[in-house]
Ligand binder design. Structure first.
Ligand SMILES: Nc1ncnc2c1ncn2[C@@H]1O[C@H](COP(=O)(O)OP(=O)(O)OP(=O)(O)O)[C@@H](O)[C@H]1O
Ligand SMILES: [Mg+2]
Length: 247
């Protein structure tokens, strides 16, 4: 597997505060990587730096061998990096189906629009459990359903790198299984995914199922990368988590 994403020595500062401190990370094509660490460790800031919402003070981020760390957000998104935010990013006045059509419309190399694959949209709607609601307006969905719609929109887009910040927050076990199926869909089509979460049961399940490695962050630095069990049994990791509220 060659590296799709290379974060090299990235530092992010907010005034005098260093939120990311010389972070280096390499993600291969088709890899699922889990990012953990206590509150304030810099996990979201790292996703911000990759997706371009914050710019590094030092260091570079390479994606498909191109430096992206100085590019505007929309250019980074157009190159195939998609981020799911806590607040669902759907168009309220359009139906579920039309949101998905809009998300899947893309220009091909000749500059013309590629035909939309309706069967693929139907499969994705079934996967996220919104097929019955496909003609309803997005504004009629509950907050939870909008989250599934946003994931469905990300699924229709053939992006190469998906960034999910705390996707399991507030989910029931049944919904966590649905989320794991969605992650499986990304992996099957060889997209890379970075998942930040605090739910250790969810993380254990995805690490086992998809052979994911875990990167542990603390105070803006990457301290360890290893298997789920290696990280959970690491003495330094245990020592840091003992002093904090949740892990
Ligand atoms: N816009 C900002 N201005 C100033 N400080 C910020 C800003 N965004 C984040 N920080 C600080 O940077 C540090 C890292 O924050 P970040 O949100 O990346 O942590 P996190 O690992 O995602 O934590 P959590 O698990 O709570 O989501 C924190 O101390 C936070 O207060
Ligand atoms: Mg965060």
């Amino acid at each position: 597997m060659r590296a799709l994403l290379e974060v090299r020595n990235v530092t992010v500062k907010y005034g005098n505060f260093t939120a990311l401190d010389r972070v280096s990370l390499s993600i291969s094509q088709g890899e699922l990587r889990v990012l953990i660490g206590p509150n304030g460790a810099g996990k979201t800031t790292l996703l911000d730096a990759i997706s371009g919402t914050v710019k590094p003070s030092y260091g570079d981020i390479y994606y498909k061998n191109t430096v992206i760390s100085k590019l505007p957000i929309h250019k980074i998104a157009r190159m195939g990096i998609i981020r799911k935010f806590q607040t669902p990013n759907v168009i309220e006045s359009l139906s579920v189906w039309d949101n998905l059509i809009l998300a899947s419309v893309k220009k091909n190399v000749s500059g013309t629009f590629a035909p939309v694959d309706h069967n693929k949209i139907k499969d994705i709607l079934e996967l996220v459990g919104l097929h019955e609601r496909r003609y309803d307006l997005a504004k009629e969905l509950s907050h939870g359903e909008k989250q599934w719609l946003e994931l469905a929109m990300i699924l229709t887009n053939d992006c190469d790198l998906v960034l999910l910040d705390e996707p399991a927050i507030g989910l029931t076990l049944k919904d966590i299984y649905k989320l794991i199926d969605i992650i499986g869909y990304f992996i099957k089509r060889n997209s890379s995914i970075i998942i930040v979460d605090h739910n250790m049961d969810f993380l254990r399940m995805i690490c086992e199922k998809f052979e994911a490695r875990v990167t542990f962050m603390h105070q803006g630095k990457i301290l360890r990368t290893g298997t789920f069990d290696e990280i959970r049994s690491d003495n330094e990791v245990k020592r840091i988590y003992l002093g904090v509220e949740r892990c």
